[in-house]
Design a protein around this ligand. Structure first.
Ligand SMILES: Cc1ncc(COP(=O)(O)O)c(C=O)c1O
Length: 354
C-alpha cells in the first residue's frame, strides 16, 4: 500500500502515464482478488467495503428484476437493511427463513420457500456472530435447479475457507478486505458474467458501468495483497481451532455456554452465554482489564441493545442475547493470549454479577 501511495496516486481512468501506472496497480489488485475467489478479474466490481458490495448485490439485482427474495432471519445488516429497503420501496416481499437454535436452514427448507415469484436468494455463508457455516453449496444447487440467482454474503468466509465461485455456481458473492488483514473500506462484489446489475453509485462509468466513482487504488492494492496470502491464512485455521477450543473449555469451566450449535463453524469466533451478567457490563469490565471483546456484532456494539442475531436464533430464551460475549481469534492470537484472557475472565466473573 505504501508503494501504491507513491505510484498509484493518479486517477486510473486517466490516459497519461501516471494514470496508466495507477491502472496497472488497480488491475493487478483486481486479479489477486479474483484469484482468491476462483473467478475472472473482469467479473470483480471493486467497492468501498463489504457493506457496499452486499447493497450493490441486493439492490443492483432486484432493481432490474423485482420480486420475492428469500433470505434468513440472521443476516448481517449489510444484507438485511437493503433487503428491508427493497421490501419497502421496490415492493419485493421478503421471506426470512428461521434459524432456530442457530441451526442454518437445510436446502430442503430453502427449496420449499421458493415460489414462482422468487427473483433472488440472498444468504450469508458464515454467520458473523456465531461463526456457523451455512451450506451454500447445497443452496446453490437448489437455486440453480429453480433458476433463481443466489447472492452470497461471503464477508466472513474469505480468508477462512476456500472459495471457488465457479465450482460453487453462485450468481454473485460479496467480500471485504478487512476480514483477512486488508484495510477497512475496501471490498468487492463478484458477479457471474452475463448477469445484469444496476449500479447503485451513479456517475461516471467506472467499474464497467457497475460502480461509479474514482476507484481507491491504495485500498484495493491492500485488498489484493491480503488476497495473495489467503491460502496461508486458511492453512492456519487448524491452529486457531485449537486455540478457540482451549478458550471454550476454559469458558465452560466458568459456567458459560456456547451460542453456536454443533456443526460446521469457523475457528475465528466464539460466542458464549454468561448467565446472570449483562453483556455490556462484562465488555466494560473486561476492557478495563485489557481484554477487548464484544457483546454483539462489532458494528452495532455501540448500541446498548441485545444482538438481533442471537434474539432470532434463541427466540425462546431472550436472556441469552442480553448476556452474551463474542471472542475473536486470528493469525496473531497465541496460546498465552488465550490463557491470559481466561485469567482475566476468572477474576472478573468471580465478582458479583452486573
Ligand atoms: C457477514 C458480514 N457481512 C457484511 C459485513 C460488512 O462488511 P464491511 O465491514 O466491510 O462493510 C460484515 C462485517 O462485519 C459481515 O461480518
Amino acid at each position: 500500500m505504501r508503494d501504491a501511495e507513491a505510484h498509484g496516486w493518479a486517477n486510473p481512468s486517466s490516459v497519461h502515464r501516471a494514470g496508466r501506472e495507477s491502472r496497472a496497480l488497480l488491475e493487478r489488485a483486481r486479479a489477486d482478488i479474483a484469484g482468491a475467489l476462483g473467478g475472472d478479474a473482469s467479473d470483480v466490481v471493486l467497492t468501498a467495503g463489504g457493506t457496499e458490495a452486499c447493497n450493490l448485490g441486493v439492490l443492483g439485482l432486484l432493481q432490474l428484476n423485482p420480486g420475492r427474495v428469500v433470505t434468513t432471519a440472521v443476516e448481517h445488516p449489510a444484507m438485511g437493511a437493503p433487503l428491508a429497503l427493497a421490501e419497502r420501496s421496490l415492493g419485493c416481499p421478503v421471506t426470512r427463513l428461521p434459524v432456530p437454535g442457530g441451526r442454518p436452514p437445510e436446502a430442503s427448507e430453502l427449496r420449499a420457500a421458493l415460489t414462482p415469484d422468487t427473483r433472488l436468494v440472498a444468504i450469508q455463508w458464515i454467520n458473523h456472530e456465531t461463526g456457523t457455516c451455512f451450506p451454500v453449496g447445497d443452496y446453490a444447487r437448489v437455486c440453480r435447479d429453480a433458476g433463481v440467482p443466489l447472492l452470497v454474503d461471503a464477508n466472513q468466509a474469505l480468508g477462512k475457507l476456500p472459495i471457488d465461485v465457479r465450482a460453487l455456481d453462485v450468481a454473485a458473492l460479496a467480500c471485504s478486505a478487512h476480514k483477512l488483514g486488508g484495510p477497512a473500506g475496501a471490498g468487492a462484489l463478484w458477479v457471474r458474467r452475463g448477469l445484469d446489475l444496476d449500479p447503485r453509485m451513479l456517475g461516471g462509468g467506472q467499474e464497467r458501468g457497475r460502480r461509479a466513482g474514482t476507484p481507491n487504488v491504495v485500498a484495493s492494492v491492500g485488498f489484493g495483497a491480503a488476497c495473495q496470502h489467503v491460502a496461508r491464512r486458511i492453512a492456519d485455521m487448524p491452529r486457531i481451532t485449537t486455540l478457540r477450543d482451549r478458550m471454550e473449555d476454559g469458558l465452560r469451566a466458568l459456567g458459560a455456554t456456547r451460542n453456536a450449535p454443533d456443526g460446521p463453524r469457523v475457528a475465528t469466533v466464539s460466542n458464549v452465554y454468561v448467565s446472570g451478567w449483562r453483556g455490556e457490563a462484562l465488555v466494560a469490565a473486561l476492557d478495563l482489564e485489557g481484554l477487548c471483546v464484544s457483546s454483539g456484532a462489532a458494528c452495532s456494539s455501540g448500541l446498548a441493545e441485545p444482538s438481533p442475531v442471537l434474539l432470532a436464533m434463541h427466540a425462546d430464551e431472550p436472556a441469552r442475547a442480553a448476556s452474551s460475549l463474542r471472542f475473536s481469534f486470528g493469525p496473531e492470537t497465541t496460546e498465552s493470549d488465550v490463557d491470559s484472557a481466561l485469567t482475566i475472565l476468572r477474576r472478573v466473573l468471580s465478582r458479583p454479577a452486573a
